[in-house]
Design a protein around this ligand. Structure first.
Ligand code: ADP
Ligand code: MG
Length: 681
């Protein structure tokens, strides 16, 4: 099989240079690649329906005799319409073809065929428009439907696949060892490839799918594990002394038990003599991850090394910077901020101080991982809101030092099964406790008619000293204008409802220094109300804010809403989240009611994944994992099975580099190369 990936697609007969290019367009370069070009759907010709059972609008396969010769007729524009009647003993169907002058010579009166197509009821007749057909005996089974591109028909693709399959040797070396297949009921690769393309029946297809889906997931799983193993070989930056107790004295509050445990995990990892720390801190919004990270940074700095803290947005980086400035005011920690929007000269100065070691704790955005940024002796790399960064970006930050420790933080409650894969290369500390005196946010769903009441409620909160957010989604250009744009909406609020209240606006099109200014004024309580688009989504911390009203709530995913809601309820005040939706279908309502029913991010994430699938859940491949060809991250059952298999494989074979797993290792490398990752050695 391995050699098939080296065989160019043009080796197949009937595939010249031009067709090969079209295949390339579909992402297929080699014969092996073609075998992995799985059908996107199937037509089931294995289940034959009787004509009297056909329903209007359904797609069926029928077995019927052509009772009349096909008659051609010319219609307007010189086009041809061909018709015939077919019978199966329970009824008749008219078959209709357009513009195919060969039909009449392809179908013979009195012969039996399989016809496959969509059924239309037309007055007294049942019609099948432009059905596909094949003589009885050759067409049965399940037919693959491939993703196509102009100039390359499904038929050509399917013929090429047939050829490729015939080139496979009878006994192919299966990357999944036989004992593993036997234990978990997975069919062999040869059978799987045959049946994923040309299954005889639904059962054969299911067997093939199970094998290929599970394999892809446990190959990924094993790959993520060996990423982790990889860094185990070397020893990390040496941290000798633990300063976490000193750090705690700097805080204006006491750590929760969960925070203490997380800090301890970090200190243990960093002071251990072996490998560098590779740790994920997972905790729901508001659980206090920043302070845990700050503690780790402090210990690293006090041991004479630099620490870098990377955030996904400018606003967040700035906010962390300010928090840290206050926290470390009377210490010898020397702080720096590095973001993309800063003046070149300023950036240059910060970069100089990083490379000469004058700054020992830097907070920043992606600007931290550009080539220009160099560190003197990076000891700890922290990434906040990890789901916003890919595995590759994480690696890049680590690459700025010699085996620095790594701490990643995530509030995105990723469903457990998926988390095991995505974070398969990390140890995990979970902060499952909110700071004391936090009250759960009360959430309600209203329609636009109650908007006025919601405004009044916001006013009363503001009157008693609190602050509020109103969120409306960013309007893309050319979108329906019944979705309020942040600016217009805010202008109206300022002029009417909230004319005697200071209102700030942030939206996506503002320059980041403008946004920051507004955010800072809001944080300083110069604005009582902030009208915003999703830019406030992650991390922003204003404990005095007690209400968030979210317009067009139906436009957000549940996980996003949960993040937004996390902007309130961060202090000691009872807080509220008001979801507004005017166009609330029953389904939307059900979805939004999940928000009202629970504050548990994990439940919400599971619901979100169930309802929307992982594509939306993560936005644009934000998880940084390689792209799957057949597996689906929402398929929890397969995720669980693959996890079990990966455990079993590591238990039995111990080392992924052992000879029995040679072929499997090659599959892992191929998967990660496809995702733009470096080969795992
Ligand atoms: P997140 O986990 O969402 O990043 P933050 O680290 O921003 O949360 O913390 C949220 C808020 O809770 C901040 O205002 C922070 O100062 C406060 N906080 C964190 N830990 C505690 C604690 N143990 N007791 C009281 N307040 C805390
Ligand atoms: Mg945070």
């Amino acid at each position: 099989m391995a050699s098939m990936y080296k065989m160019p697609i043009s080796k197949l007969s009937g595939i010249g240079k031009k067709r090969a290019e079209l295949f390339n367009k579909l992402g297929v370069q080699s014969v092996g690649g073609l075998l992995n070009f799985y059908p996107r759907a199937y037509e089931d010709w294995s289940k034959i329906e009787k004509i009297d059972k056909l329903k209007h609008g359904g797609t069926y396969c029928i077995k019927a005799v052509l009772g009349t010769p096909i008659s051609d007729a010319k219609i307007s524009g010189g086009r041809i319409i061909s018709k015939g009647m077919v019978y199966d003993g329970t009824g008749s169907v008219q078959i209709v073809f357009f513009n195919n002058k060969y039909i009449s010579s392809m179908l013979n009166e009195g012969e039996e065929y399989l016809f496959y197509g969509k059924i239309n009821f037309k007055s007294f007749e049942k019609q099948m428009l432009a059905p596909m057909f094949s003589p009885v005996g050759s067409g049965a089974g399940i037919h693959p439907i491939y993703r196509q591109t102009a100039g390359l028909s499904g038929k050509t693709i399917s013929n090429a696949v047939k050829q490729a399959l015939s080139l496979l040797p009878k006994e192919i070396n299966d990357p999944v060892p036989e004992p593993v297949r036997r234990k978990f009921g997975l069919c062999g690769l040869r059978q799987a490839l045959n049946d994923i393309h040309f299954p005889k029946n639904a059962e054969a297809l299911e067997t093939a799918r199970k094998r290929l889906v599970t394999e892809e997931l446990f190959v990924l799983n094993l790959g993520m594990r060996s990423l982790k193993e990889h860094s185990r070989g070397v020893s990390g930056v040496k941290i000798k002394d633990d300063y976490s107790n000193d750090f705690e004295r700097l805080l204006p509050f006491k750590f929760t038990g969960a925070q203490k445990r997380a800090v301890k995990d970090c200190i243990n990892d960093m002071t251990a003599k072996s490998a560098p720390m590779n740790r994920l801190i997972q905790g729901d919004v508001g659980s206090g991850k920043t302070a845990v990270a700050a503690s780790a940074c402090y210990t690293v700095v006090k041991n004479g090394f630099q620490a870098a803290f990377m955030a996904p947005t400018e606003i967040l980086a700035r906010q962390h910077y300010e928090t840290f400035c206050r926290l470390f005011e009377n210490t010898d920690v020397k702080l720096g901020l590095l973001t993309g929007s800063m003046k070149e000269s300023e950036k240059k100065r910060i970069r100089q101080d990083l490379s000469n070691g004058k700054i020992n704790l830097v907070i920043g955005t992606h600007a931290l991982i550009t080539d220009k940024t160099e560190f003197n002796n990076l000891g700890l790399a922290v990434t906040d809101e990890q789901h916003r960064f890919g595995v590759a970006q994480r690696a890049k930050l680590i690459g700025k030092g010699k085996n620095p420790h790594l701490l990643v933080m995530s509030a995105t409650p990723i469903p457990r099964t998926l988390g095991l894969i995505i974070f398969g290369d990390l140890d995990i500390s979970i902060i499952d406790e909110l700071p004391p005196s936090r009250k759960p946010v009360k959430t309600m769903l209203i329609d636009g008619q109650k908007r006025k009441r919601a405004y009044n409620f916001i006013k009363s909160e503001i009157k008693s000293g609190r602050q509020a957010y109103i969120v409306c989604p960013l309007v893309e250009e050319g979108e329906l204008d019944n979705v309020a744009s942040a600016e217009e909406y805010a202008a109206e609020l300022m002029l009417k409802e909230f004319s005697d209240i200071p209102v700030g606006i942030v939206h996506g099109q503002m320059k980041s220094d403008e946004k920051d200014e507004v955010m800072q004024k809001f944080a300083a309580n110069e604005y009582s109300l902030l009208v915003a688009t999703t830019v406030i989504e992650v991390g922003v911390d204003v404990p005095n804010a007690s209400v968030i009203m979210i317009e067009n709530a139906e436009r957000f995913g549940l996980s996003q809403l949960h993040q937004l809601r996390g902007r309130v309820g961060r202090g000691k005040f009872q807080s509220y989240c008001v979801l507004v939706s005017d166009r609330c279908s029953a389904e939307t309502k059900k979805r939004l009611e999940v928000m009202c029913a629970t504050n548990d991010g994990f439940i919400i994430a599971d619901e979100d994944l169930k309802m929307r699938g992982p594509g939306d859940f993560f936005g644009e491949r934000q998880h940084g994992l390689p792209r799957m060809t057949i597996a689906d991250f929402a398929d929890t059952k397969s995720l669980e099975l693959s996890q079990k298999i990966a455990d079993y494989i590591m238990f039995v074979y111990k080392d992924i580099r052992c000879d029995e797993l040679r072929l499997l290792k090659a599959e892992i490398d191929r998967l990660f190369e496809r995702g733009g990752h470096n080969s795992l050695n």
